[in-house]
Design a protein. Sequence first.
Length: 743
Amino acid sequence: MSEAPAPAAAAPTTPPRRRRRRWPWVLLGLVIASVVGLRALLPVAVERGAAWGSRHYLGLPARIDNADFDLFDGRVVLEGITLGARPDGVAPNDAALEPPVLDPATALVHVTRVATQLSWRDLRDRKVRLTELVIEAPVVHVDREADGRFDPLRHARPVAQPAVEPEAPPEPAEPSEPWAFALDRFAVQAPAVTVGDVPTGERNMIELSLEDFSLDEIAVHGSEFALGGVGIRGPVLKARRDLLLAPRVPAQPAATPAAVAATPSSPPPAPHGEAPPAAAVEPAPSAPAVAPPAGAPAPAAAPGYHVAKVEIERATFTWITESGPIDVAIAMTATDISADQGKPFPLDLHLEIGDGKIGLVGDVGLVPPTYKGKFQWEGLPIPRVLLASVPQFATWLQQAESTGDLQIAADPTGFAGPAAMDVSGRLSFDTLAVSDPKGTEITLGWEQLEVVLNEVHAPIPQTGQPLGTTKAVLDGVKLVRPKIRYTRPSPQLDALLGLNLSGTTEPAAAQAAAPKPVEKPPAAGTPEAAAPLDLAIASLSMVDGEVEAIDKTVKPTARTRVRGLNLDAKDVRFPETAVAKVHFQATLPVSAKLDVQGTLKPGNVGDFTLKLRQLELPVFNPYASAAAGVTVESGRASVDTKLKMRGARMEIDNSLVLNKFGVSMRDPETFERSFGVPIDLALALLRDPKGDIALRIPVKMDEKGSTIDFGAVIASALKAALVGAITAPLKMIGAAFGGGGED
């Protein structure tokens, strides 16, 4: 009987154990309820918070149509993100209660969908890692305002004003290991950017769109940045030149001291996008430089980055101009891109402009900028390029194509030596045709200009240093069938170049008002500046050239045409002014033949021969009549010239022969008063039995000037006159007895 109460004592222990087992389930239920509540409330909070916060802090309306959160997988999806371009007048609190609908067509930014996923596991290693970030169909539209500026937030009117309080300098914190950031894949699908113009009302002055833009393996840790690859697919650019070349806004006049004094020292804050009062934008006086205290840590090194590969398979651009669109395509591949000093990376860039192609294949350095490689182009349509950049010159250039294959080594900053660019290779400009827009003043063109560069070394200007000499060694320069037609006066050409090529005189008032340059004598001991160019050409040639000059400044109009221009020169040098052998030929009006041959050595030492046969003299009547009142009725001239140059001394021996030469004068008595005989008799006495007038005219030139050996001239003239006087009776007899009549 004594053992019976024992089981009863153990019975009360069972209910507490059961209650303790319920607490984990209750706690789990609370966590699940919190997660479910957070999952249900978070999208609403984000959607309404965006509508309230954008108006309160940014001053522009925003809306998110739908927000979806998967907290377990770390995934966030936002749909229908829209940011308005102008305030809609809805208060932030009212927008939070019921977010207004925004029109994507007039919005500043509209994104169809944004999706991202966070890796929770990497947070334990102080690393924020997103496995993906995908932005679908983002559209951005900005406008150029009437003042020419681009400010997407110009019309923003935020409710919250920034507090202007002096901030105490933060206390230096102990350095800690920075968090790392990684993004496995970033993709922007079907993005588009449009630029409008408020003054003209044009909404799509620039349109840029892509099929896809992606970045792979992005990693940031402290100041280090790494990128696995870049992909760009299907870019299309359409741009109107009017927007790119808009005039700049004129600078505002500076405020007067009285106006500055009247301005309050603490003006009220202006809405975003508006210029503050004058006093608010005046720069504060610069404080003197303070040296860092002893023991201070050295400044942080420049952030580095590395991009494994950037590839653009084929990008298409369209430049819209007044004369039509210009289609451009680009393809590029770059690998191992780095900002490490002195570390270049390979670049393969190809550009297509119409039917022309440009290629850049070589090694490019970013820090410092350098390039070493090839630069090739083929069939480049120069007029279309000028049309897009400088249309004032494009109206003159009717046709031109260029082809080239150059090897370039450029070091603009002088990292590996003197700052310079070295070029070698071949280039040509083909089918050139230049003329004034009206086609009445000048025409210039050729079939081909070919230049073969053996070596060109061009120094690059550096601040505070004199510019060195450009040294060019060319294997050959060849010009095929050049043609030039020039008309005086030429007001269109004068206006284009800002020069006076027509020979007209400026008004005296304009000449007096023009400032005259003041020549300063060089300081004592100042070294002479080096020649800007040191040129050597192994072979210089021109084939079948033609020049025509039309001078409307004289009456009658003078027209001169020189054709059959041929030049062959060997070993041409400048500024030494030397040529080993030169041969020049031309056909002068109308059928005269000109032949020049010779050599020129450094020091102005050379020997030349000139032969001119049967030059028609009546062609030059407009100038002879205007200058001396003389009209050449008939006649041809032939000249044999021997030229010897010995430094400053020059000897010219001219043998002139005038065939069937006849002139008339506006005032013949002037000649008779001067020489005692009529001009017809003088010419008759100078003619030989063949009807030619032969004169020898030697000329000498030196430092004192030029002198003519009149003794030799008079001697040759007297000889001709004596022969003419002796043969004159015979000429008269022959004319009287049947020699002078016409059949």
